[in-house]
Write a protein that binds this ligand. Structure first.
Ligand code: G3H
Ligand code: ZN
Length: 291
């Protein structure tokens, strides 16, 4: 059974830690995250982007995540979330498929249109008890991009974030605060902007672009009230670099399982490290759970 994201995030708010929202791309990355959650005794959010859904199919990915959660990681709460849904249709297909949380990312639109679309999504999603994440100030970069320097990392305007949350009634908020999708030497968390946002906006703050940020900064951001941290690129890099190395060392191997198993392990290792860093590790007491 998949957990509702609301229950996972409420515990994180109470405990003053963050839960990772990990982007998955195939069965192997789902297994890596679920095994990590078991090993670290940590809750986890598994999230899929529109392109991941296009690659796997909505029904297959929904079934893979719920079946793996139930059979590989039953004692730990795992929620399924749509990441950067750009349209009303995508969001509602995911809600129909059983997602308990969706991200409507209309940050590519002018603010008033972003507010209008996000409001429509919130009104309908709430009828189905689904959580909605909204976004102000578009994130730059791309999942999996690894670059030296990114000159344009725009930031959201404080007044716009406050107005957006008030008008849309979203359950969680993502806003550009200095990080980018991918790994870049000059991305950083603007702790002052985060502080100003959190002073007024009390709903959970979602830090996008979690890969490539120094551990010390991540810890400070969590102290200032970040409850969800998105990790995409670090998973892609761990999976793919391990796969490339495994294939190069086993050029005659014909069994995909032999070639893919080290990549599952690499994802598990990266995610366990994130769970420890975010403070979500050790939060599930297996002794309290009847399996
Ligand atoms: O939406 C997903 C995240 O924001 C991923 O960012 O690739 O920098 O970890 P990242
Ligand atoms: Zn993102």
């Amino acid at each position: 059974m998949l957990a509702h994201i609301q229950d996972i995030v409420k515990e994180a708010q109470k405990g003053g830690y963050a839960v990772g929202a990990y982007n998955v791309h195939n069965l192997e990355t789902v297994l890596g995250v679920a095994r990590a959650a078991m090993k670290a005794k940590s809750p986890a959010i598994i999230q899929v982007s529109e392109s991941a859904i296009k690659y796997m199919g909505l029904k297959p990915v929904t079934h893979i995540v719920s079946t793996v959660a139930k059979n590989v990681a039953a004692p730990v709460p795992i929620a399924l979330h749509l990441d950067h849904g750009k349209t009303f249709n995508t969001v509602f297909e995911c809600i129909d498929a059983g997602f308990t949380s969706v991200h409507i990312d209309a940050s590519y639109l002018p603010l008033d249109e972003n507010i209008k679309l996000t409001k429509q999504v919130v009104e309908l999603a709430h009828l189905k008890k689904v959580w909605v994440q909204g976004e102000v100030g578009a994130m730059v970069g791309g999942h999996g991009e690894v670059g030296k320097k990114r000159i344009d990392i725009p930031k959201a305007k404080l007044a716009e974030v406050i107005d957006f949350v008030k008008q849309t009634k979203v359950d969680s908020i993502a806003a550009a605060i200095g990080t980018a999708h991918g790994v870049f030497v000059n991305e950083d968390v603007d702790l002052e902007l985060l502080y100003e946002i959190k002073k007024v906006v009390k709903i959970p703050f979602v830090l996008h672009g979690g890969s490539g940020i120094a551990d010390a900064k991540i810890k400070k951001a969590i102290k200032q009230g970040v409850n969800i941290i998105n990790i995409g690129t670090d998973i892609k890099v761990a999976f793919s670099q391990t796969l490339i190395a495994t294939c190069l060392h086993n050029k005659k191997e014909t069994d995909p399982r032999v070639l893919l198993t080290p990549s599952i392990q690499a994802v598990e290792d990266v995610v366990v490290a994130k769970m420890k860093l975010f403070g979500s590790a050790g939060r599930v007491n297996f002794g309290d759970i009847k399996t």
